[in-house]
Design a protein around this ligand. Sequence first.
Ligand SMILES: Nc1ncnc2c1ncn2[C@@H]1O[C@H](COP(=O)(O)OP(=O)(O)OP(=O)(O)O)[C@@H](O)[C@H]1O
Length: 266
Amino acid sequence: MSAVAARIRPDQNPQAVTDHPAQATITMSAVNKWYGKMHVLRDIDLRVNKGEHLVLCGPSGSGKSTLIRCINALEEIQSGTIEVNGNVLGRKGAKVDHIRRDVGMVFQQFNLFPHLTVLQNCMLAPRRIHRATEAEARDKAMHFLEQVHIAEHGHKYPAQLSGGQQQRVAIARALCMGPQVMLFDEPTSALDPEMVKEVLDTMIGLADQGITMICVTHEMGFARAVAHRVIFMDRGEIIESAPPSEFFGAPKHERTRAFLGQILNH
Ligand SMILES: Nc1ncnc2c1ncn2[C@@H]1O[C@H](COP(=O)(O)OP(=O)(O)OP(=O)(O)O)[C@@H](O)[C@H]1O
C-alpha cells in the first residue's frame, strides 16, 4: 500500500491541527498583485497556522505560483500585507533575508547548482546563512540527505541523478536552512510518473513531522491524504477553501466543481 493510501486523512485525525493552537505563521491580508495591467492576485486573504498543510490548486494562470512566490518575497505586491513569522513584507525595515531563511522553497525545476555535488549543494545554506563551520554544515547536510534517503549519492553531481532524486536533494537543501514553512511549487510536474511517488512520499514524511507546508500541486491523492485544507484559486481569487472531505465530497462553488471534474476525470 502506498504511503498516501496508508495515512489517516488529516481531517479525520482530530489531533492534526489542534496540536498547534491557532498560531499564524503566514497572514496575507487584502493582497493585490499586478504584472503590468494584468491583475493576478485579487484581494487575497489567507491565514496559515503553524503545522498546517495547505494544498493550492486551480487552472493554469490562476495565480498559484505568484501567490507562493509573494510569500518568500520573490515577487513584490502592490497592496495589502503579508506577514511571515512576525515580519511584515513590504513595510519599511522588513527583514526579507529573515523571511527567506524562514521559508524554504522547492520549485518544479530543481534549481540545484550543477557544478556542486549533492552534499555541497546542501552545505551552502548552513555555511552562508547560518555561518556554520564546514563540519557543522556537512553534518546538517548529511542529516537531511539521510532524511530524504539520498545520502549515499552525496558525492555525485546533480546531472548524475534521476529527476526524482534531484528533487529530493532540493527538498533536503531547503530543509538545511531550518525553515519554519516549506513552499512547494508543482514539485512533481517535471518528473516522470514513476518518480512522482518517491517525491510525494518524501513530502508526506515531512508533513508527518508537522512542518507547515503550502503545496501547489494537482496531485489530488496527495491533497486528500495530507492537506488540512485545500484551496481552489481561479483568475487570481481564492474561490473555495475547505478540508479535503468537504472540498472533494461537496465542493460549494460551481467553478471548483468544474475544475475537479476536469482533473479527476483526466
Ligand atoms: N513574471 C511575470 N511577468 C508577467 N506575467 C506573469 C509573470 N509571472 C506570471 N505571470 C502571469 O500571471 C498569471 C498567473 O501566473 P502564475 O504562474 O501565478 O499562475 P499559476 O496558477 O501558477 O499557473 P500554472 O499552473 O500554469 O503554473 C499568468 O497569466 C501568467 O502568465
